[in-house]
Design a protein around this ligand. Sequence first.
Ligand SMILES: O=C(CO)COP(=O)(O)O
Length: 140
Amino acid sequence: MKIALIAHDKKKDDMVRFATAYEPILSQHELFATGTTGLRIMEATSLKIHRFQSGPLGGDQQIGAMVATNKMDIILFFRDPLTAQPHEPDVSALMRLSDVYQIPLATNMASAELVIHALSRNDLHWREIIHDKEEGKRKE
Ligand SMILES: O=C(CO)COP(=O)(O)O
């Protein structure tokens, strides 16, 4: 599965703790992140992460582009609801696209825990079925 990890500045410590705690599960998947979040996680763990631009410089939009092409399976986005973000429109756009494409999106650690447990139980297998169907369509 392709998983995006994103955290606003005040939530980055939480994201590092989360990624450290769930490293054995996350390491089995293809990981993506906005620039600074990815750097922080890679400094603290052995996880390999494809880093996009930093959020304010377009990273959320790059992840959104993957959602729009159905290439992202899960988004774990630790948002800071108490701090104004200069790129709030990008954040909203990413959440909107996740709803358009029915991509599981956790916006805080409590819901991310549920998603990661669901992932380890293979509850998100339906995403692979969608990919298989798309692959089949491409070959037709
Ligand atoms: O701002 C962000 C998401 O909206 C996160 O970006 P960084 O991981 O680069 O700080």
